[in-house]
Design a protein around this ligand. Structure first.
Ligand code: AMP
Ligand code: ZN
Length: 664
């Protein structure tokens, strides 16, 4: 088999696995084996850029950065839908239709997926473009981001029309949404409010690699174009499935409005079993011929109607308002409810968000309240049933002191939340911070779990994470359920963590808003904890992608004497507080401000190494040539289109050796 054949066959194989996994939900290979094959393909493609293919499964990992999203006019307008809220509304709609068309009318009933609408254009079986709905006439081109969504086929299967648009909804299933929020909380960031906004926000992220990490899905519902080869909406869905798109199986053909109503009733209940959010049903006249006769109003098709589900609501008693203290000291009021069934689950608690929310709704203990499960995962209280309020009821007095350490709370201007400022003396904050410190993505201390941390703090053995490094086996042995072996593992795990690289230590120490990615950027720029500690706010914001909020938080963290002492103790104990000598030796500012494109095959270094050298020396690697490109490092077998473009734009081309000499 030639290299080209090998590459092609790996691509086909990986495409098929993607299809099995993301469309059919039926993987036939382990994730591990998939990764091995993907890596193999990546390596081959890297060594042989002459076989580049814009549809390769390797491009799913993203990497392209879009600074400005181009506005694109939709070739076929993206309409809204008329809404209905009752059986009567649907019957009225049926009457109107029957007046306008002859003969039997059938309907396709679909779920109304709640996410961000998208229009995908395919040409000759490949994804050409992805555009958001925008105002319906024109939207933003988000192709690079959409390509990373695994259920969007990059190459179609079977027969397909030469060119068409397919519309769908990009959703973020609950499971992935919850996971993303857990990670945000871990980094001390505010969780996202609901899956829908998170999905549409994702499409406009500049870094497609970040989009690739989000578990988005694309569900399709409409094909538009000429010579499509089907006559009904229901067939079109089948066709879309055959081409490799994800079209939920719930879609049903109804031969009467009664059957439509059955569909609505069924899904009003069962939608809660779906892995993603829906906010209703869409009913469409099935025959495309009849659709054409019915046509459009200024804003929506006459042949379709959305039926909106009522948000589920119940009323129950609010027994007590309690207050939780998070790792960052943020106070969250929690409504403890009389347990009640709502949307298939028993609800006992609801978030009250903050003091303003309580005041706005005038929520009081003892009230009968209406609880709703809307887009948010955690149910919320939407109103108080004032008619049921006990006569002796008193307005809620928001706590003024921390429920855990009795320190007076503070609330900064512009901040909705109250905070406990007792950073070093408030137990849940101390424990939370140490738990974050030892977590997998931070110091990854083996043999030490969250509960043991709480135990160590409560027993007075440690009061911050630097104390971990002076613990001895004798200290921990008396703890509950601590055997000789586990004590040893714990101490060994702590010892081993001293080798964790600087960027992860920087993430672990828990500066607010300094998540994994920011920590990496800061580590790369400043190279040592000392340099970061001495950086001013102005200095910090001048670093690429570091904003004012982060800068302020970093400066505040290091302005605390206590924090400085803790960092000093980490240093004394031999943690990595600067990037390793080996890494440092290879890093300079020689290419600062330069945008460089790499293309072709190289002799003395691989493309990956070349790119790393550019980044290590302060340059920016960019994937496509533009007027802003400073250099094109041209290797052997460079693509002709890149060459052409570099020539027209007058971009300076240099060889591999020229480049290496630049660094000397
Ligand atoms: P609205 O925004 O309320 O006018 O509803 C129209 C939107 O519903 C469309 O832009 C679609 O993005 C979305 N939608 C979700 N599911 C479907 C579906 N099965 N058929 C048509 N539109 C849908
Ligand atoms: Zn406190």
């Amino acid at each position: 088999m030639s290299i080209q054949q090998k590459i092609e066959s790996l691509r086909d194989e990986l495409r098929e696995h993607n299809y099995n996994y993301y469309i059919l939900d039926n993987p036939t290979i382990s994730d591990y084996d998939f990764d091995i094959k993907l890596k193999e393909l990546q390596a081959l493609e890297e060594a042989h850029p002459e076989f580049y293919d814009a549809d390769s499964p390797t491009l799913r990992v993203g990497g392209e950065v879009t600074k400005n999203f181009n506005t694109v006019v939709h070739e076929h307008r993206m309409y809204s839908l008329d809404n209905s809220y009752s059986k009567e509304d649907l019957l009225d709609w049926e009457k109107r239709i029957k007046k306008m068309v002859d003969g039997q009318v059938n309907y396709t009933c679909e779920l109304k997926y709640d996410g961000a609408s998208i229009s995908l254009t395919y040409e000759n079986g490949s994804l050409l473009r992805a555009v958001t709905r925008g105002d319906g006439t024109q939207g933003d081109e988000v192709t690079a981001n959409v390509k990373t969504i695994k259920s969007v086929p990059l190459r179609l299967k079977g027969d397909f029309p030469q060119k068409f648009d397919i519309r769908g909804e990009i959703v973020l299933p609950f499971e992935g949404f919850i996971k993303m929020n857990e990670e945000r909380l871990e980094a001390g960031e505010e969780p996202y409010r609901n899956p829908r906004n998170t999905a549409s926000g994702s499409l406009k992220l500049q870094d497609s690699a970040e989009v690739a990490r989000r578990p988005l899905e694309c569900l399709l519902y409409n094909i538009t174009g000429a010579n499509l080869g089907f006559d009904t909406q229901f067939e079109s869905l089948k066709k879309a499935r055959q081409m490799g798109f994800k079209v939920p199986e719930a879609a049903t053909l109804a031969t009467s409005i009664d059957e439509v109503l059955e569909f609505v009733e069924y899904w009003d209940v069962h939608r809660h079993d779906l892995p993603y959010e829906t906010d209703g049903v869409v009913v469409k006249v099935n025959s495309l011929q009849q659709q054409e006769e019915l046509g459009y109003t200024a804003k929506s098709p006459r042949w379709a109607m959305a039926y909106k589900f009522k948000a589920e609501q119940v009323s129950t008693r609010l027994n007590e308002i309690t207050y939780q203290v998070g790792r960052t000291g943020a106070i969250t009021p929690v409504a403890n409810l009389e347990p009640v069934e709502l949307a298939g689950t028993t609800v006992k608690r609801a978030s009250l968000h903050n003091a303003d929310q309580i005041e706005k709704l005038d929520i009081r203990e003892g009230d009968e309240v209406f609880v709703e499960k809307g887009g948010e995962i955690i149910p919320k209280i939407i109103a108080v049933d004032l008619s049921q309020r006990p006569i002796d009821s008193q307005p809620t007095k928001y706590i003024s002191h921390c429920p855990e350490c009795q320190t007076e709370l503070v609330r900064q201007e512009g901040d909705a939340k109250h905070y406990c400022p007792n950073y070093n003396g408030c137990n849940p904050q101390i424990i939370g911070r140490i738990q974050h410190f030892i977590s997998r993505k931070a110091m990854d201390i083996e043999g030490l779990g969250g509960e043991t941390v709480a135990l160590l703090v409560n027993e007075g053995l440690i009061s911050n994470y630097s104390d971990l490094y002076t613990l001895t086996k004798e200290d921990v042995l008396p703890l509950e359920r601590m055997a000789e072996k586990s004590a040893e593992n714990l101490i060994n795990g702590i010892e081993a963590s001293k080798q964790i690289p600087f960027e992860r230590v920087l993430f672990a120490i828990g500066i607010r808003f300094v998540g994994e990615t920011v920590a990496k950027k800061l580590a790369k720029h400043y190279k040592s904890m000392d340099a970061i500690m001495n950086a001013s706010e102005e200095d910090l914001v001048s670093v690429d992608e570091i904003g004012g909020r982060i800068a302020e938080s970093v400066v505040e963290f290091f302005s605390s004497e206590e924090n400085k002492d803790i960092i000093e103790k980490l240093k004394q104990n031999g943690l990595q507080l600067q990037i390793s000598a080996e890494k440092l030796a290879n890093q300079t500012d020689k290419l600062k401000g330069l945008s460089i494109v790499v293309s072709g095959v190289f002799e003395s270094v691989s493309r990956t190494e070349l790119k790393k050298m550019i980044e290590d020396n302060g340059g920016k690697v960019s994937s496509s040539i533009s007027s802003k490109t400073n250099y094109l490092v041209a290797g052997d077998k460079m693509g002709p289109s890149k060459l052409e473009k570099a020539k027209t734009l007058g971009v300076e081309m240099i060889s591999e050796n020229d480049f290496i000499n630049m660094l000397k």
